[in-house]
Design a binder for this molecule. Structure first.
Ligand SMILES: [Zn+2]
Length: 480
């Protein structure tokens, strides 16, 4: 196993400082990313969190770590129940529909599939067991079929979000329930209400709370203690604070060791919200740009900096991505020769220097803008080489191309021309329309021979044309 010699530093929300990253098991990283609640299409704020986690995963793999990534699907909670009841479908139908939509969107954004993608409804017995353990150990109490976590019993409560008392007050602002011992106590098990799915438990029929879903599935697939837990900044409190409390109270061991949180994404300067009407789904965004442009835009800011979604920023991201991919294509297009000259020595040394800067950037808490700037140095070196050379020596070409390809693989943007902007289906249509128009001109000039030849040649390519009173129609035959 090759683990790069340089030290990876990560900003750990737990402790609020950059720390040296050392995984629990040598050469292996186990990480958990809070997945979507599948009651609607994924919005670009969610997408930012998922893309950031994917880049972290890809860079850990670049460094030679074997990564196990678990990312859940929350298919039962208040939001899924409310939406299902509003739309008149079952919670299961609703969550299956939006889980499929989520998977399609993530595939478009070129996310690697998590190694495990547990669904909450498939893990209710384990969640009941986790709640039972907390009750037995005195960390949880039951009131009328609901079970609450008693935050005053867990000494570490507040250690992730910061001030413990502030956390408690925040809990109080959200909801004041006289049945709770402390305002910040949170629900582990919710008693059944008409119109809701329910499971049988020692406290009667009901369903798990959102927080216990994540910590239970994380422990099941990654162990009591694992390396990285990720999510958007909005999840620090109460979700992640509560995950820590539940897991550590039950196991007596540290839960996740490094907590990474990404900053907000705004839309034209405003925080995205349903009430402001500026809620942009991945699908809305993909009407404005290609998926790789959206992805490249999402990583163009450091994950701990805010990023603003607007047309201008998308345009800049598109231009930058195009410049990178064009440089790569120019290099790929150069014919090869056997002898190396001074220009290649210069090219290779500039690329090696850029590779070093790329690693330093990514080792510094996944600094993607600095890593992208290193990729631009490679593009610049290639472009200046191509200005004065019509050929390239094979091994130099291979080294430069390989370095560039690996950078782009960490960013998760593809290199095939078909996948970065040129709409192949659209291009085919335009080309055939052009040929059909030219053929029409020949017919008008009574050049039947050439017109027939074009028709026959097109037929050989699987395109049939038909001359009708309204003009010429064409279609692509399916291959037999
Ligand atoms: Zn979660």
């Amino acid at each position: 196993m090759r683990v790069a010699d340089m030290v990876l530093m990560v900003y750990n929300t737990l402790g609020r400082k950059k720390e040296k990253f050392v995984p629990l098991r040598d050469g292996e990283v186990r990480m958990y990313v809070c997945g979507p609640t599948v009651y609607d299409y994924v919005h670009i704020g969610n997408a930012r969190a998922f893309v950031v986690a994917d880049v972290v995963r890809r860079y850990l793999e670049y460094k030679g770590f074997k990564v196990k990534l678990v990312s859940n699907v929350t298919d039962i909670d208040d939001k899924t129940i409310r939406r299902a009841n509003e739309t008149g479908v079952s919670v299961q139908q609703l969550s299956e529909f939006f889980t499929e939509a989520y998977l399609e969107d993530m595939a478009k954004l070129n996310l690697k599939r998590p190694d495990v993608m547990p669904r909450a409804t498939k893990h209710v017995p384990e969640m009941i067991e986790a709640v039972e353990t907390l009750v037995e150990k005195g960390y949880a109490y039951q009131v009328d079929g609901d079970v609450y976590f008693d935050v005053s019993k867990f000494k570490g409560y507040g250690k992730l979000s910061g001030n413990r008392t502030e956390a408690l007050q925040m809990g109080a602002r959200i909801e004041v329930d006289p049945r709770k011992r402390n305002p910040a106590d949170f629900v582990l098990w919710k008693s059944w209400k008409p119109g809701e799915p329910g499971w049988y438990s020692p406290w009667g029929k009901g369903r798990p709370g959102w927080h216990i879903e994540c910590s239970t599935m994380a422990v099941k697939y990654l162990g009591e203690t694992f390396d990285i837990h990720m999510g958007g900044k909005d999840l620090i409190f109460p979700h992640h604070e509560n995950e820590i409390a539940q897991a550590e109270a039950a196991t007596g061991k540290p839960f996740a060791r490094y907590w990474l949180h990404n900053e907000w994404l705004t839309v034209e300067g405003d925080k995205m919200s349903k009430s402001l009407g500026n809620f942009v789904t991945v699908r809305d965004a993909l009407k404005m740009c290609q998926p790789e442009v959206l992805r490249f835009f999402l990583i163009s800011a450091h994950y701990r900096s805010p990023i603003d979604f607007n047309k201008e920023n998308l345009r800049v991201a598109e231009g930058n991505l195009r410049r990178l991919l064009n440089a790569f294509e120019r290099l790929e297009g150069l014919p090869e020769r056997k002898v190396r000259c001074g220009d290649e020595e210069k090219l290779v040394s500039e690329v090696r220097e850029a590779k070093q800067r790329f690693k330093e950037a990514m080792d510094d808490d996944f600094n993607t803008p600095a890593a992208i700037s290193a990729a631009f140095s490679v593009a610049k070196a290639i472009n200046s080489y191509v200005e004065s050379n019509a050929e390239v020596e094979s091994s130099a070409k291979q080294e430069v191309a390989e370095t560039f390809r690996r950078f782009l693989d960490v960013f998760g943007v593809q290199l095939k021309p078909a996948e970065h902007g040129v709409d192949q289906a659209g291009l085919v249509k335009e080309l055939v329309d052009l040929i059909v128009d030219l053929r029409q001109e020949m017919r008008e000039r009574r050049d039947w021979k050439t017109a027939d030849r074009i028709r026959d040649e097109l037929r050989k390519l699987g395109i049939t044309i038909e001359d009708t009173a309204e003009g010429t129609r064409w279609k692509i035959r399916r291959p037999n």
